[in-house]
Design a protein around this ligand. Structure first.
Ligand code: NDP
Length: 340
């Protein structure tokens, strides 16, 4: 078994020396556990937060120990009732090849899963449970519908729009009746994908010019909803373009995750007064009650191709770290997945 350990807490951008790929024994499952051979590992921006010691909603990774993250794998030994050898499960012991997982922390996915899920999702590949129908998908759904109180006719702006969460936010908004959807991303190729494949009404490359100017051009009538994945000048620009009663769902602020100094704050905050605008942070972990509704509603759109998704797949446990760093750099289109 090979697994990734955190050796030291990164300062600024994580460096390879902060991590080690360590060889260990394959774990032996105890009573009530299953042994899983991981087939897909998730790498996500929030993991950067867990590499720091600072207190947050998720506990810091421990130094000298294996890191954690979403994963899907095949059960190769079972000491738990209700899960058989050959079943596929979603669990939280990524960054490693093999994991002994308590059955209560493993959710069956794929063809042998509980009928309610099976009927809706059997046509999707297992990696989808880490992305479009998994945690990042639910983040898009809950953040848009619940936190941003999305309603038909809204003009929606989403940053990080070619990523896992952002690409789903934009398309869900379209499918649910947004009057205009605008996205921003970090390359001309990504911008083209947003407009030509995902059906965004407008998109811009934030590296090509000031965000506020590009947003005003793309959304001349302003925006009702901003789904923030980025923070910084994107957030400032969005407040500047907010219409009366506008809502901002603060999902992530990836532009500051590797900063060593606090970023300067947005200058437009007083505008929230005149617009009666609402800005609100949210954590997907508080919204798992929406998971069944989310899968019921979105899985058919995924299966029919009405909701498109891309994955950027990196192969091999030895490339797990590089894949994670790639997400922070923007190497990915859609969900970044590691395939073992
Ligand atoms: P993505 O698939 O969107 O990957 C991250 C993307 O961020 C990169 O592809 C890159 O694309 C972009 N990016 C990196 N640096 C910058 C920068 N300085 N400015 C603008 N964009 C940048 O990741 P996820 O979909 O998994 O996550 C998206 C956001 O949602 C993150 O902020 C994450 O922390 C947050 N999140 C929050 C959750 C919650 O519960 N609140 C749950 C899950 C995710 P590009 O080429 O466009 O720069």
């Amino acid at each position: 078994n090979r697994e990734w350990h955190l050796l030291s807490r990164p300062v600024g951008w994580p460096k390879p020396e902060d991590f080690a790929l360590v060889e260990t024994e394959v774990p032996t499952p105890r009573e009530g556990q299953v042994l899983v051979r991981n087939t897909y590992l998730s790498v996500d921006p929030y993991m950067r937060g867990r590499m720091s010691a600072a207190k947050s909603y998720a506990a810091p990774f421990e130094l000298g120990k294996v890191m954690q993250g979403g994963a899907v794998g095949e059960v190769i030994e079972s000491k738990a009732e209700g899960i058989e050898v050959g079943d596929h499960v979603l669990h939280f012991f990524g960054w490693r090849e093999y994991a002994a997982v308590d059955a209560k922390n493993a959710v069956k996915v794929g063809p042998t899963a509980v009928p309610a899920v099976k009927v809706e999702t059997q046509d999707v590949p297992l990696s989808a449970y880490l992305g479009v129908l998994g945690m990042t998908g639910l983040t898009a759904y809950a953040g848009l519908l619940r936190t941003a109180s999305f309603k038909e006719g809204d003009i929606v702006f989403v940053s990080g729009a070619a990523g896992a969460v952002g690409s789903e936010v934009g398309q869900l908004a379209k499918l649910l009746g947004a009057s205009r959807v605008i996205g921003s991303a970090g390359s001309d190729g990504k911008v083209k994908l947003l407009v030509e494949e995902y059906g965004f009404d407008a998109a811009f490359n934030y590296k090509n010019g000031p965000v506020a100017e590009q947003l005003r051009e793309a959304a001349p009538d302003g925006i009702d909803v901003y789904f923030d994945n980025v923070g910084g000048d994107h957030l400032e620009a969005a407040i500047g373009s907010l219409r009366e009663g506008g809502r901002i769902a603060v999902c992530g602020m990836i532009s500051v995750y590797n900063n060593t100094e606090p970023a300067p704050g947005p200058k437009n905050l007083a505008r929230l007064i005149q617009t009666r605008g609402r800005i609100e942070g949210f954590l997907v972990g508080d919204h798992y009650d929406l998971q069944p509704e989310f899968v019921q509603k979105v899985a058919p759109w995924v299966a029919s191709g009405e909701l498109k998704y891309r994955e950027t797949v990196v192969e091999g446990i030895e490339n797990n770290l590089e894949a994670f760093l790639g997400v922070l750099r923007g190497d990915n289109i859609g969900k970044m997945i590691v395939k073992l």
